[in-house]
Write a protein that binds this ligand. Structure first.
Ligand code: SF4
Ligand code: SF4
Length: 316
């Protein structure tokens, strides 16, 4: 069984499903959306954050690095600055242990099932009173189908909590179907209605994803759709119309649609992960700009349409 690293177990989360929830973020996703708001969850490998402002140029990490990936720059105008050659890094994490100033921090922990469950259910009392529960998120939990199934089973059958899963529904149906027994709510991202964009920009099969969504609906599962709206990628009139036409067919069957306008809150994380952020300088999309989509979906009869999530900023 492939076991994920966990980047965070976020308690008192209000935007990942109904009520007060605990959200478990799995590290690893098979897709590669260039705007990803959780870039630390893209790779399933070990990684570390670099906090340049905390570095005192003491050189301890350089001394401990076995692969020569780190050095203190000696050129006149960069003297003393730490440079990192990612291509030489073997992810041994010795530099993280060597740094006494917290300038390097590991992303993602290896946790066993019992400790994840223990932490996930520690706010059970709040779930009961608020209609909340536990959300499996990421990354994509379905990148680790066996582990996700077992975690959902324990949470549902042994802990009796409401279980939601946030996924792009990318795998084959046989990896999704067993979850029907243990998952109360499937929250599924659709990132475009254009198969070519899915294939070449995001790296997935739209046909497979839509087929899985329809199978979930036909199985009478509770399904909410998340629509991230990204400037220049899926915000044209044609994109919006194709969302409305597709989702309109399932108006009386979907639990709701959450429209998630682009924001750049994650920009700092790309710097800390030493990765290029392709949306640098692109402005956040104001909520008013997605109102035509909200209104068109409501006209089609979709029940609960929100901007930002079930308890998001502008529930409509
Ligand atoms: S994690 Fe990479 S940079 Fe850090 S010590 Fe190991 S090889 Fe060097
Ligand atoms: S050990 Fe920490 S403070 Fe010292 S040079 Fe390396 S990153 Fe900077």
């Amino acid at each position: 069984m492939l076991i994920p690293l966990i980047t965070e177990i976020q308690r008192f989360s209000l935007q990942d499903g109904p009520g007060i929830r605990t959200t478990i973020f799995f590290k690893g996703c098979p897709l590669h959306c260039p705007w990803c708001h959780n870039p630390e969850t893209l790779s399933r490998e070990n990684e570390f954050y670099i906090y340049a402002s905390k570095c005192t140029a003491c050189g301890q990490c350089v001394k401990n690095c076995p692969s020569g990936a780190l050095k203190l720059d000696s050129t006149p105008n960069r003297k003393g600055l730490l440079t990192f050659n990612q291509s030489k890094c073997i992810l041994c994490m010795k530099c993280v242990d060597a740094c006494l100033f917290g300038a390097r921090e590991i992303v993602g922990k290896s946790l066993d099932m019992d400790s994840i469950v223990r932490e996930a259910v520690s706010d059970k009392l709040f779930y009961k009173h608020s209609g909340g529960g536990v959300t499996l998120s990421g990354g994509d939990p379905l990148f680790f189908p066996e582990f996700t199934l077992e975690l959902a089973r324990v949470l549902k059958t042994e802990e009796n909590v409401h279980v939601a899963i946030e996924t792009s529904c990318f795998p084959k149906w046989d990896k999704i179907e067993p979850l029907l027994e243990f998952v109360d709510l499937f929250i599924v991202d659709i990132k475009s209605m254009d198969p070519e964009k899915y294939k070449y920009v995001i790296g997935g099969s739209l046909t497979e994803i839509l087929s899985n969504i329809e199978r979930l609906i036909n199985s009478k599962a509770a399904v909410r759709i998340h629509l991230p709206i990204i400037p220049g990628f899926n915000d044209s009139a044609t994109d919006i119309q194709s969302y409305v036409d597709y989702l309109g067919q399932f108006a009386d069957k979907l639990s709701g649609v959450d429209i998630l306008p682009f924001h750049s809150y994650a920009a700092g994380k790309y710097v800390q992960l030493n990765r290029e952020y392709r949306y640098k300088g692109i402005n956040d999309l104001p909520g008013q700009q997605v109102m035509p989509l909200v209104n068109a979906l409501k006209e089609k009869g979709l029940r609960q349409v929100t901007v930002g999530g079930i308890t998001g900023t502008a529930s409509t």
